[in-house]
Design a protein around this ligand. Structure first.
Ligand code: NAP
Ligand code: MG
Length: 518
């Protein structure tokens, strides 16, 4: 097939321009007008409503029901696997060019409906306008990027040729994949994981997060509009604890592509490895999990840039990113000055309705998330000194004040455990070596950053800071497709490098074919 034009990242809309603000306000009003609708499952090529509804609420105003999604029964989950398995040979045989065209079309539809998707992200997930725009743009990027990568794998590097033979390598799909994304990038990560598996020729059972089923339903509508065959994907909404295990252990499940917490990822990995009657393969598990990401602030660095990087990384989307900075490790020589400059910046962040662009931060995702973060704040009071925040913020939404603890010891829970909210631990390091040792003192290894003007320190960080995504003199969030392939070390995951040139290999297997020449 003809190569596609070169990939480039989708540009972000500038919401300081009146026309862009107006377009976003209009989209928010349109999406609000569509609140409360009911969404069906999609199983075996047909819409199914079970009468058992999952209600998704607006975390900025939890009395507002964004939509209700039908929940799958165990029998429907099993049917979803069986039917996508039955359809797999047909989708696998569909020419690569046709599969690629559907995914490129998906990107085009998302681009056309960008503000609408932004509005769903603001209202169902509590993203600020800018965070929502980045999420939708990333979803578009994943489609465009993986479409191009599939073209590459369909035209692999030639092999050495044995005299008298024609020697070829073909990358073919695996089978049925269960795709299980989290709620925190409810469009980008869901879309990226889904289209990566599909474009390779796998069929997919998509089990979205129970927090954000409406965005999942909206994305799946786009796939149908783009021409995806109705049986290539099943949308199997339901609680992970009720239907997750069933989907994973079904003997027809060939791979699981998971992004979420360490607890669930390790559970899936364990279940997937268990031999079972009828199981004909070692299931592949791609599991991208949590983080306890650190930013090191060296004695000699641009301290204002470091403060700005820490604030953006720690409190963007209320700290609910796997890449969020939750530990600032600061050289003793600048520790006091760092805190002096950090405190007003954090205390100046405003918290309120995500739909109102005047606020710097919106709500956390749910009442239970807020409860669990507040419990960590109580733990933090015993483990460190409270610099700012430490409480819920006013309003009916799940609002929390951005919170900073200082003098947090490396042995504490605040330093070691993923909180997944707007809580930053600051720890003093004796010198740069100590800072690196502290940064690496973690079971996780997802992102990390270093602010330093000392070339030797940057070089040491490059070598010894053991994270999948290292950033030097910049913040540790905001990975871009094709630019910062994303995935973590240690218990942060399988280092799958989403948005990178190797990602699709996880959903393909290589077949070597040697033909004796006459
Ligand atoms: P989560 O609670 O682990 O849930 C993730 C997904 O797993 C959801 O769809 C969930 O469904 C499902 N699930 C739960 N139990 C299951 C089971 N027994 N079997 C199969 N599926 C099951 O994580 P989350 O709260 O959505 O997301 C936040 C976490 O994701 C954080 O730890 C964050 O660091 C991580 N994350 C990592 C990356 C990365 O690239 N490394 C990116 C984003 C987020 P239900 O909603 O129905 O429970
Ligand atoms: Mg919700």
């Amino acid at each position: 097939m003809a190569p596609l034009p070169a990939f480039h990242n989708e540009a972000y809309a500038d919401f300081s321009l009146p026309e862009n603000r107006q377009a976003m306000e209009t989209a928010l009003a349109q999406v609000r007008a569509a609140f409360g609708r009911e969404y069906s499952l999609w199983i075996a090529g047909r819409a199914v409503a079970t009468g058992d509804w999952l209600r998704s609420v607006n975390p900025s105003h939890p009395s507002e029901i964004v939509g209700s999604h039908a929940k799958a029964t165990a029998a429907l989950a099993t049917e979803a696997i069986a039917d996508t398995a039955a359809f797999f040979p047909e989708w696998a045989r569909t020419p690569v060019a046709d599969r690629v065209a559907i995914i490129v079309k998906t990107a085009a539809i998302l681009r056309e409906r960008k503000n609408e998707f932004n509005a769903w992200l603001v209202l169902e997930a509590g993203k600020s306008w800018a965070e929502a725009e980045a999420d939708t743009a990333e979803a578009i990027d994943f489609c465009e990027y993986y479409a191009r990568q599939m073209v590459r794998w369909a035209n692999p590097e030639p092999l050495l040729q044995m005299p008298g033979e024609k020697n070829e390598l073909e990358y073919i799909p695996l089978g049925v994949g269960v795709v299980i994304p989290p709620w925190n990038f409810p469009l980008a990560i869901l879309a990226g994981m889904t289209v990566a598996a599909l474009v390779c020729g796998n069929t997919v059972v998509l089990k979205p997060s129970s927090e954000t089923p409406v965005i999942a339903a909206k994305f799946v509508e786009v796939l149908w509009e783009a021409g995806l065959p109705p049986r290539a994907l099943a949308l199997c909404v339901g609680s992970g604890s009720e239907i997750g295990d069933l989907l994973v252990v079904d003997p027809q499940t060939r791979f699981i592509s998971f992004t979420g917490s360490r607890e669930v990822g390790l559970h899936i990995n364990e279940l997937a490895a268990k031999p079972a009657k009828g199981l004909k393969w070692i299931r592949r598990v791609v599991a991208e999990m949590g983080g306890k990401d650190a930013i090191i602030v060296d004695a000699d660095c641009d301290l204002d840039a470091a403060v700005a990087g820490v604030v953006a990384s720690a409190f963007g989307f209320q700290g609910q990113k796997c890449s969020a900075c939750s530990r600032a490790i600061v050289h003793a020589d600048v520790y006091d000055e760092f805190l002096l400059r950090l405190e007003p910046k954090v205390a100046g962040l405003t918290v309120g309705d995500a739909a109102d662009p005047a606020f710097s931060m919106g709500p956390v995702i749910s009442a239970s998330a807020r409860q669990s973060i507040l419990a960590y704040i109580e733990i933090g009071r015993a483990e460190g000194g409270l610099l700012t925040g430490g409480n819920a913020a006013p309003g009916d939404g799940y609002f929390l004040a951005p919170t900073v603890f200082t003098g947090v010891p490396s042995t504490s829970r605040l330093f070691q455990e993923e909180i997944f909210g707007p809580v930053l631990a600051v720890t003093k390091a004796d010198d740069f070596d100590h800072a690196l040792a502290l940064a690496n003192d973690s079971d996780y290894g997802l992102t990390g950053a270093v602010y330093s003007n000392v070339p030797d320190h940057l070089e040491r960080a490059r070598r010894d800071f053991h994270v999948g995504n290292l950033y030097l003199n910049r913040k540790c969030t905001g990975a871009m497709v094709g630019v910062h392939p994303f995935g973590g070390f240690n218990l942060s995951g399988t280092d799958s490098k989403a948005g990178g040139p190797d990602y699709l290999l996880q959903f393909l297997q290589a077949k070597s074919i040697a033909t004796k020449l006459p």
